[in-house]
Design a protein around this ligand. Structure first.
Ligand code: 13P
Ligand code: SF4
Length: 301
């Protein structure tokens, strides 16, 4: 009898001593075959702890690159090599270099959603889970923050003593969430708590009960006495929330889909385990330089 795709993936995982890491926005069937599902910070941590020789990263390119930078000796696979984060491409190393020259007294905090050569110019990285803590911890009063302006504005609101130089990047999946839809969902579900990602626009964050990273939402929902939640982030997270919280209700945002996160399918995961491609390749020099700000962030955990 022919083996199912899932059975073949399981077998090849053993053959290659591979681990599958999946972001919270992945398709349900991809989340189901993963060894770990999490947010950017959690998956970076898992990548440093694994004993596996091969990491199959079901997410987007900057996440797989971070796993490679932290584990240069391991094979890191991104099952669809076109799965990128358009926001990460909104800042390039040359332009950041110019901005650094304009603000020589500023420290660069790079969101993990950046390319490796941008990370190589940063003093420290952050994710949406630890951005406030990281900015607070820096000695300099002036912070150059790239590339997400909305996350930068959110951090600024929590750390008003810092002067933040913000880059004009946005995540369209979050930036385009409409206030009208949020207000309608709140009206339809008056008992529901509104949780939003800090990549949303400030007027959406103002309406929310809490702003969290995706794992922050997972942790909050688990312990909250509330039974209903409006989830102001990419819809994929609702699958994990429903699976882990039977009896609680989740209302997604109709427009909040990241097409790149949805590119990874079970068939592509299988193919990448069969061929050990597409691999993440970065130059040793870029990895060496990008590891410094990434490791600084990891050491703050
Ligand atoms: P999290 O780190 O909160 O999972 O966010 C990643 C991301 O890409 C948000 O759009
Ligand atoms: Fe990038 Fe936005 Fe997609 Fe996250 S949801 S990977 S920030 S485009």
């Amino acid at each position: 009898m022919e083996k199912s795709v899932v059975q073949q993936i399981e077998k090849l995982k053993k053959t290659h001593n591979a681990v599958i890491l999946a972001h919270n926005y992945q398709r349900p069937e991809v989340q189901d075959i993963a060894d770990f599902v999490g947010d950017s910070l959690d998956l970076s941590l898992k990548a440093t702890k694994t004993e596996a020789n091969v990491i199959v990263f079901c997410g987007v390119d900057f996440m797989a690159e971070a796993a490679k930078i932290l584990n240069p000796e391991k094979t890191v696979l991104l099952p669809d090599k076109t799965a990128n984060c358009p926001m990460a491409e909104m800042v390039d190393a040359e332009s950041l270099g110019w901005l650094k020259k304009e603000h020589p007294d500023g420290e660069v905090v790079a969101y993990i959603n950046t390319t490796a050569d941008v990370k190589a110019l940063a003093d420290i990285c952050c994710t949406s889970a630890n951005g406030v803590k990281i900015v607070k911890s820096r000695a300099s009063k002036k912070i150059i923050f790239v590339p997400d302006r909305n996350l930068g504005l959110y951090i600024q609101s929590q750390v008003p003593k810092k002067e933040m130089i913000l880059w004009p990047g946005v995540c369209r999946t979050h930036h385009d969430i409409k206030k009208e839809e949020i207000l309608l969902l709140k009206q339809q579900h008056p008992e529901a708590e509104l949780l939003v990602h800090p990549e949303c626009q400030p007027d959406i964050i103002k309406l929310a009960d809490h702003a969290f990273s995706t794992n922050g939402m997972v942790d909050h929902v688990k312990t909250s006495p509330k039974k209903e939640f409006i989830i102001g982030t990419e819809q994929g997270l609702c699958y994990r929330l429903e699976k882990e919280n039977p009896g609680k209700k989740f209302y997604p945002i109709s427009t909040a889909i990241c097409p790149n996160m949805k590119k990874t399918t079970l068939e592509k995961v299988l193919k990448s385990l069969q061929t050990l491609e597409p691999k993440i390749h970065l130059s040793d020099e870029i990895m060496r330089r990008a590891r410094i700000p990434l490791q600084r962030m990891m050491d703050m955990k």
